[in-house]
Design a protein around this ligand. Structure first.
Ligand SMILES: [Zn+2]
Length: 475
């Protein structure tokens, strides 16, 4: 496979230009075929921010582990080679600070994450059982750094929306929805989504979280289970056994948050038409009832057909249709990654969805990259992914499910808590924090530049020394 390293160059702060708007299907009559030739004029021209850090793709959970951060490198290469950076502001975000991660996670858990390494893990064995470390969540080289990188990007993305400098912010590194306050879970160590939503809540009275990963978004639901300021809405496979085992329809929230958790449990093999119809019907009702100030959309790509861990039948077009549908509400939108274990399809899917948020239509033929071999034999953005699994979601089941969820949402209509939740936004606190945050960013940039310069000096010294050596084979 062509895994040789290629340096990604991209402009900082590119301009948004007027684009070829993607076509927009009407509400519920989604057709899974691409909408070629059906272009509809659209007036929404959102400003899009995109967050990427090249190092994020270089971490390894382990050879046998299904989570491959390399999918981020594949995605970025496709995004850039399709020229999508010309339609977005591209940022290399800073790392999240410990203080920022502490806004959700427990002190001793953070301490553990910071200190544990593959080398000292034997000595720290005693802590492991309490922190759920094991096959799913192994200790790997640079783990804490990885957490700080993907979380920093989600925090910056949220702040960008709050500041009004972007209408849509995309971070494919983020979306690690299973992480809990006190422990890692399901390949997730730090819950960047919760951290981002906490930022959004400082300004927006109500935030909607939508999750189309095949797994239940349990970490995010749990964090906001008792508040009416965040509605969580997760579409996932559920049979009580499939990971993480939660997400039944009767998990609805509690206390003030009662009815503000929406769960859409699905069976194996759901197809494009059923999924998108269900999604649009439920999201229309959710938007109408909850009226969020901002939306966070977790786009786990393990709900695609042919995923290594998944059991659905979705095409990339249908998965993307959910993104397109949420974008059309014109509400500040954060788009993040999540699961996805057949990495060639994850990269295709997130590239397609980057095109959707930009309003750019992408040709099916993939652009050339050094990773071209990954996309054989079709080299297409839209390979055939459906039909591997029998669809166990009957029409009757889906109708009953829809009816129950619409009933749940009716309880909220006109409920006093909706009006009362217009909490005064903490804008002054946000501005002060923003100032501190900008100082942090400047300090970190200066530190990195200094290290860079030192690194370059060392590198030059090596080159100079090597001039005196005989030719050496190397790779
Ligand atoms: Zn998942």
């Amino acid at each position: 496979m062509g895994r040789r390293k290629e340096t990604i160059t991209y402009p900082s702060g590119t301009i948004s230009t007027s684009l070829n708007e993607g076509s927009v299907g009407s509400g519920l009559d989604f057709s899974p075929s691409l909408d070629a030739g059906a272009t509809v004029a659209e007036h929404y021209r959102p400003r899009v921010s995109y967050y990427m850090r090249e190092q994020a793709g270089n971490f390894h959970y382990g050879k046998q582990h299904p989570m491959k951060p390399h999918r981020l490198t594949l995605t970025n290469h496709l995004v850039l080679n399709y020229g999508l950076h010309k339609h977005m502001d591209v940022y290399e975000p800073r790392r999240a600070t410990e203080d920022e991660i502490r806004e959700f996670h427990a002190e001793d858990y953070i301490d553990f994450l910071k200190r544990v390494t593959p080398d000292n893990q034997a000595a720290m064995q005693a802590c492991f059982s309490s922190f759920n470390i094991g096959d799913d969540c192994p200790i790997f080289d640079g783990m804490w750094d990885f957490c700080q990188i993907y979380s920093g990007a989600s925090i910056e993305a949220a702040r960008k929306l709050v500041s009004g400098a972007a209408d849509i912010a995309v971070n494919w590194m983020g979306g690690l929805h299973h992480a809990k306050k006190y422990e890692p879970s399901g390949f997730c160590y730090v819950n960047d989504i919760v951290l981002a939503i906490l930022q959004l809540l400082r300004y927006y009275p109500r935030v909607l979280y939508v999750d189309i990963d095949i797994h239940h978004g349990d970490g995010v639901q749990e964090a906001f289970y008792t508040t009416d300021r965040v509605m969580t809405c997760s579409f996932h496979k559920y049979n009580g056994d499939f990971f993480p085992g939660t997400g039944a329809i009767d998990e609805m929230g509690s206390g003030l948050g009662k009815f503000y958790a929406v769960n859409v449990p699905l069976q194996d093999g759901i197809d494009d038409r059923s999924y998108t119809q269900l999604f649009k019907t439920i999201m229309t009702a959710v938007m109408d009832t909850f009226k969020p100030g901002a939306i966070v959309l977790q786009c786990g790509a393990d709900s695609l057909g042919c995923d290594r861990l998944g059991v659905f039948n979705l095409s990339i077009a249908a998965h993307g249709e959910c993104v397109r549908f949420m974008r059309r509400f014109g509400v500040p939108l954060m788009v993040i990654g999540g699961g996805g274990y057949t990495i060639r399809n994850v990269a295709r899917c997130w590239t397609y969805e980057t095109g959707i948020v930009c309003g750019a239509e992408l040709p099916s033929a993939l652009p050339d990259t050094v990773y071209r071999d990954f996309f054989a034999p079709d080299y297409s953005l839209h390979p055939q992914l459906s039909g591997r699994v029998v669809n166990h979601n009957t029409r009757a089941y889906l109708n009953a499910l829809t009816a129950r969820i619409l009933e749940q949402l009716r309880y909220l209509k006109g409920a006093p808590s909706v009006q009362m939740s217009e909490a005064p936004p903490d804008i002054q606190g946000f501005l002060e924090d923003q100032e501190r945050h900008e100082k942090d960013v400047r300090a970190e940039r200066e530190k990195e530049e200094k290290e860079d310069r030192a690194g370059r000096r060392e590198h030059l010294a090596e080159l100079y020394e090597s001039d005196h050596d005989q030719d050496q084979e190397g790779d």
